[in-house]
Ligand binder design. Structure first.
Ligand code: SAJ
Length: 416
């Protein structure tokens, strides 16, 4: 059986490798020539735990090829991005153009699977009509399903295999066809449902996180006002058997949790006050962080802030939709000089100069931690002596000072 995977990003690439490893003949397709060139050279174009070893294994022992356009196959898996437009609606252009490019290749009995995150009703109202307009009886000639990816960046390879998999069929026959493919490597339960349920399940999972993170961020703000240790409140409230408060931070980043609630809101704008407010609270966190930095570092215009960590979360290389980018621009607007250090980001992917830890801290007035990379947990505390004033604001609660280097450490436990 031949599978063609369209989109070789964080999801499509590992998924394509999984199918190849499971014994399928896999063609991975990407429109970005750099991605294809890297794969041909055996280089990774993205960072993910264990991916390097896995890629080399698949390359040498299994059938996997990368190409810049799709070819005939038995199944097509669309894993292209669904970015968000300025007006907070889903940009489906990549999904639509991916489906358009495979229309001329389809033959009776093929399966088309959308893994990309899409607003509710997209399969029924947009994708199925594309196939029908090309003359196919969807669910009979061509099987169609939405099988949303739900893996956590940083644990993608493990979660692809171990997580439960939602298979949302256009009809029952489509769900069966798609499920049969995933059974080749998924060890979790494979749950068959409708396409529209699958769309909503995926979006609600991320919305659940967003709303809960907003609640934690609101707690952090209240606590800084009322003189409460928010981190202790969370720690002890979570000892209750039915409470799971999330962690406050500098805001919510990434292209999933900060985006997906809008795909629901877009479809029901007057019925989503809670989701909308959660988005607003999380979007306002960079402003809160900048205010606190100003309070902690002082208002003088010549102050330098050493920002540690600009990715959207710890131990990933992805700065897309990272709240750190907004924190930096807010700090610069307030007249601070900002020096950024991030061991996971390469200079070529960064829109600002990157510094070593020593150079970032040299002469700075505050070390601001915005991502909980493992490297920061083992910070060389001697470096703090290079600072103008050894003051740390750790929005991720990951720094524990161990040595006798005198430094003031602020986090959401003691902002008051
Ligand atoms: N964050 C907090 N506080 C928390 C947890 C997270 O501020 O308590 C922040 C993080 O720092 C980050 C953002 O939220 O900026 C999201 O991080 P995350 O680790 O919660 O999630 P993602 O975006 O990396 O991946 C999510 C996952 N969804 C769920 O856990 C429900 C993943 O399983 C999905 O596959 C992925 O979105 C996706 O692609 O949709």
């Amino acid at each position: 059986t031949k599978i063609c995977v369209l989109g070789l990003g964080y999801i499509g690439f590992p998924t394509a490798l999984m199918f190849a490893k499971a014994g399928f003949d896999v063609i991975g397709v990407d429109v970005n020539e750099k991605v294809i060139a890297a794969i041909h050279d055996g280089r990774l174009h993205l960072e993910e735990n264990g991916l390097d070893v896995f890629f080399q294994d698949v390359r040498s022992n299994h059938l996997f090829q990368a190409m810049n356009a799709p070819v005939n196959a038995d199944a097509f898996i669309v894993a292209v991005p669904t970015p968000i437009n300025e007006d907070h609606t889903a940009n489906l252009s990549y999904v639509v153009s991916a489906v358009d490019t495979l229309l001329p290749l389809l033959s009776k009995g093929n399966t088309v699977i959308i893994e990309s995150t899409i607003p509710p009703r997209t399969v029924d109202d947009i994708v199925a009509p594309l196939l029908q307009n090309a003359g196919w009886q969807v669910g009979e000639d061509i099987y169609l399903a939405h099988c949303p990816e739900r893996v956590l960046p940083g644990k993608i390879l493990r979660e692809l295999v171990e997580n439960n998999r939602i298979v949302g069929g256009y009809n029952a026959a489509s769900a069966d066809k798609a499920a049969a493919l995933y059974e080749s490597f998924v060890k979790g339960e494979i749950v068959r449902t409708t396409a529209v349920s699958a769309e909503m399940i995926k979006l609600m999972e991320n919305t659940y996180r967003d709303v809960n993170i907003a609640l934690a961020n609101e707690l952090a703000i209240i606590s800084s006002n009322l003189g409460i240790d928010a981190l202790e409140v969370i720690r002890y409230a979570n000892k209750h058997p039915r409470v799971n408060l999330h962690s406050p931070g500098p805001g919510v980043g990434g292209h999933c949790i900060a985006v997906d609630p809008y795909f629901i809101i877009e479809k029901a704008p007057f019925l989503t006050p809670l989701m909308t407010t959660a988005r607003e609270i999380n979007n306002a966190m960079p402003e809160f962080v900048a205010e606190q930095v100003e309070r902690i570092a002082g208002r003088a215009p010549d102050r330098t802030i050493a920002v540690f960590g600009v990715t959207y979360k710890g131990n990933v290389d992805d700065i897309r939709e990272s709240p750190a980018l907004e924190v930096i621009s807010l700090l610069e607007m307030r007249g601070f000089r900002v020096k950024v250090h991030d061991p996971h980001v390469s200079q070529e992917n960064a829109p600002f100069p990157l510094y070593s830890p020593a150079d970032a801290l040299q002469g700075s007035d505050c070390m601001l931690v915005l991502a909980d990379h493992n490297e920061f947990k083992d910070l060389n505390e001697q470096l703090l002596t290079r600072m103008n004033r050894a003051v740390i604001f750790d929005t991720k609660n990951c720094i524990r000072l161990k040595s006798a280097v005198p430094a003031a450490l602020y986090n959401y436990g003691n902002l008051h």
